[in-house]
Design a protein around this ligand. Structure first.
Ligand SMILES: [Zn+2]
Length: 413
């Protein structure tokens, strides 16, 4: 076995022959002269062999480092004359045309960036952090280039902050396939209008059946204006959150007005009041029932919020509607202002809350994805600009499986 063949076997190089090697920089860089298998000269579009027109300047590709030693490929690509495609650069089997890195390196970079911070990935791959983020951006842009959103039926909209100082991004989810389809800068109506006007076609908009969002007027308005065939479902968890907030306001108000002795009885209530009835222990129930004598207002608010839970269990819409109307009447009579405010909100959105009974659609998938996105954000300690953040979102929870787009034989680590 010749030494060149040995190197090729050792480094598991595919689709190429090694013609020479040289160590440099105190043995920290291994330069490999390579050439495509069987002398190349193949057309990248049709795969036919073409006549060599000229040989270009030597080019360099970065491959995976081996035992702390950077590996660089060197080769002079040739321009060929294809009978069908004319003058064209020959096919480079180990890398995307005009890329600075090999497929293997690209695949490793994408997988590492999914798992760890870009800083850590850069360290493993022996390149500078800024170079990595640049390469990552190019790679993701190339792979996602020309990608169209397909089969969007249930859409969820949410916002996330990506930097200190109130910088927000709007994220659009495909709730059926649980992935992110779009990220836009800002959180207002203008941002979401860009998505509906520029990204989706009229046909795609007409195909959207369900929309799910929180209670902000911006998103409700946007979905109702653009998706004429869609039924809007307000997210269940946001409704519950609003009710819990109302109950908490009652608790705070009572706490402020209480004297030291009474405060003792109100201690530790904060989380207890929000507990779902299925998670409550006997002790919890005893404390809450004792409130009946201790503090009637908190008790009343809690009982109301506890009763409201039953709404979500209804199976038919008319029964749920009847229940909700009765509940609202009772709640209005309670004379507790935060609760009455909640009732007014419910009344306004009743047409958007009731479809939940039939559809069982929640933004839970969206919130779950949001949690993953937050982990990505925190891992990187925030992002100064939106671009790297968008890259990471598409890489981890995007609608395209990005590492899977690298040719299969180079997908090994
Ligand atoms: Zn061709």
């Amino acid at each position: 076995m010749t030494i060149n063949k040995f190197i090729r076997k050792l480094l598991k190089l595919k689709g190429l022959c090694v013609t020479g090697f040289k160590f440099a920089n105190r043995n920290t860089v291994l330069n490999l002269w390579v050439k495509p298998h069987k002398n190349g000269c193949l057309c990248p579009s049709c795969g036919r062999r073409g006549r060599i027109v000229r040989t270009m300047m030597p080019r360099m590709w970065r491959d995976l480092p081996v035992c702390g030693c950077c590996v660089l490929f060197w080769y002079c690509p040739r321009e060929i004359q294809c009978p069908t495609h004319g003058r064209i650069q020959e096919d480079i089997p180990w890398a995307e045309s005009y890329a600075r890195i090999t497929y293997r390196f690209e695949y490793a970079m994408l997988i590492y960036c999914q798992l760890m911070t870009q800083k850590a990935a850069a360290k493993i791959l022996h390149i500078a952090g800024s170079t990595l983020s640049d390469l990552l951006h190019r790679s993701i842009t190339r792979i996602r280039d020309g990608h169209r959103i397909r089969g969007l039926k249930s859409v969820g909209i949410d916002e996330i902050s990506y930097c200190k100082g109130h910088k927000y991004a709007t994220i659009v989810y495909d709730l059926d396939r649980s992935c992110v389809v779009w990220v836009g800068q800002g959180k207002g109506r203008e941002t979401i209008d860009i998505f509906f006007n520029e990204v989706l076609s009229d046909y795609q908009k007409s195909k959207i059946k369900w929309g799910c969002c929180d209670m902000s007027e911006t998103y409700i308005g946007a979905i109702e204006d653009h998706c004429l065939n869609a039924t809007l479902v307000l997210d269940r968890f946001h409704v519950v959150k609003a009710l819990n907030k109302a109950v908490d306001e009652v608790r705070k108000e009572q706490w402020r007005n209480a004297c030291a002795d009474e405060r003792k009885a109100l201690k530790g209530l904060r989380w207890l009041l929000f507990k779902h009835s299925s998670n409550r222990s006997k002790k919890d129930s005893r404390i809450l029932n004792a409130l009946r004598k201790g503090n009637r207002r908190i008790h009343r608010a809690w009982v109301l919020s506890d009763e409201f839970e039953r709404f979500w269990d209804y199976k038919v819409e008319w029964a749920a509607k009847r229940f909700l109307k009765r509940w609202m009447t009772t709640a209005l009579k309670s004379r507790i202002e935060p609760i009455r405010k909640f009732v007014r909100t419910i009344k306004k959105h009743i047409g958007r809350i009731l479809p939940f009974i039939g559809s069982r659609l929640t933004n839970a998938i969206g919130e779950g994805l949001n949690r993953i996105i937050k982990i990505v954000k925190n891992r990187a300690s925030g992002f100064r600009t939106l671009h790297p953040f968008t890259d990471m979102i598409f890489l981890t929870v995007g609608d395209v499986d990005i590492p899977a787009q690298i040719p299969a034989k180079f997908r090994a680590l």
